[in-house]
Write a protein that binds this ligand. Structure first.
Ligand code: AFP
Length: 324
């Protein structure tokens, strides 16, 4: 069977000058939340102009996971943390690249989780990478269901921002647009995005030789039975963006070597699972109880988790096939 549905449900195009701005779109939200999401967007625009200065491989340091960090990882983390603190809206920052949480202002309304540069191994090859932000009102640890909003930035051929808020009206995508006078702004590109009913692509990390045989059989079926195309970029944000627009499946599974998975529950998996579920998809943390990633309870903010997300029908089928 050949792939039938690889054209995205929603797509990149040039917004017209009457398009809704991110600022305008956020006005229905509580003003503190609107300001934090907008500030994050503006900070990410400033950051991009400086990326070329911080290329050049490894920083020589390791992060709390024992992984070598790139120069751009460390710079992006410092820049984003400083700028978020300056908004006055952030009480605590938990970052993938900070050994300890950054406590700042007891009276500020939000606690955030940050992956300041998701997909660092793509820097050297000029492939896409992004930033992932989770926003909470209460202190962490918390189950993902308590998330107030999730936002991701994707630096691809163009620069996009995708957000959704709890109890809001879906997942919305904005694109960086240059006005005639040269100033840049985010304009609405796709409103209330839903995963297409029939998936188009799938991406799976880790060494296939280490996959659980039942999971390997499921993955083979995605190709052979469902006609999905394989796409794996090395950046969770970029891979998730494909699933969001084209439908399908993404996983970094539990394996023999990494039974707890590789991805970080709070910094990566909760925000992107939240966006997936808000867009009509589903997520699973690999647990026998069949929990969504958003219901996983882990008191360690630095914890890892297996992650499986995408079209609900595929996640349901995977759970069933793993139980056989
Ligand atoms: P960081 O760049 O934030 O360290 O995360 C990268 C990542 O967790 C995720 O974004 C990628 O999809 C994945 O690792 C790539 O892992 P592999 O290189 O093992 O495929």
């Amino acid at each position: 069977m050949s792939a039938k549905n690889t054209s995205p449900n929603s797509s990149l195009r040039s917004p017209n000058s009457a398009a809704v701005t991110l600022h305008g779109h956020l006005q229905s939200l509580p003003s503190d939340l609107a300001k934090l999401i907008e500030s994050f967007g503006l900070i990410s625009l400033d950051m991009q102009t400086q990326f070329p200065k911080y290329l050049g491989g490894s920083s020589g340091d390791k992060n709390k996971y024992g992984e070598a960090t790139a120069k751009l990882d460390n710079w992006a983390n410092g820049y984003m943390c400083d700028a978020l603190i300056k908004t006055g809206l952030v009480r605590t920052i938990h970052s993938e690249e900070l050994r300890e949480p950054l406590y700042h202002n007891d009276t500020a309304p939000f606690v955030v989780t940050l992956d300041p540069l998701d997909g660092s191994s793509n820097i050297g090859t000029n492939n896409p990478f992004g930033i992932i932000l989770g926003i909470y009102r209460d202190d962490l640890p918390q189950v993902g269901r308590k998330l107030e909003a999730a936002v991701y930035k994707l630096y691809g051929p163009v620069n996009t921002l995708v957000y959704s808020v709890s109890g809001g009206d879906g997942v919305h995508e904005f694109v960086k647009h240059y006005h005639a006078d040269g100033h840049a702004e985010f304009l609405l590109l796709n409103k209330n995005i839903k995963l297409p009913k029939k998936g188009g692509v799938f991406g799976i990390g880790a060494n296939p030789a280490d996959w659980n045989p039942r999971f390997a059989a499921f993955a083979q079926g995605l190709h052979a039975k469902d006609g999905l195309k394989t796409r794996y970029s090395g950046s969770f944000v970029a891979d998730f963006s494909q699933v969001l627009h084209m439908g399908g499946f993404f996983s970094y599974p539990a394996t023999k070597k990494i039974p707890d998975g590789k991805f970080r529950l709070y910094y990566e998996c909760i925000p992107l699972s939240f966006l997936c579920e808000e867009a009509g998809g589903a997520s699973w943390d690999g647990s026998a109880s069949g929990d969504s990633v958003l219901d996983r309870i882990d008191n360690d903010v630095d914890a890892r988790t297996p992650v499986y997300l995408g079209n609900k029908e595929l996640i349901d089928r995977l759970k069933k096939e793993m139980r056989k």
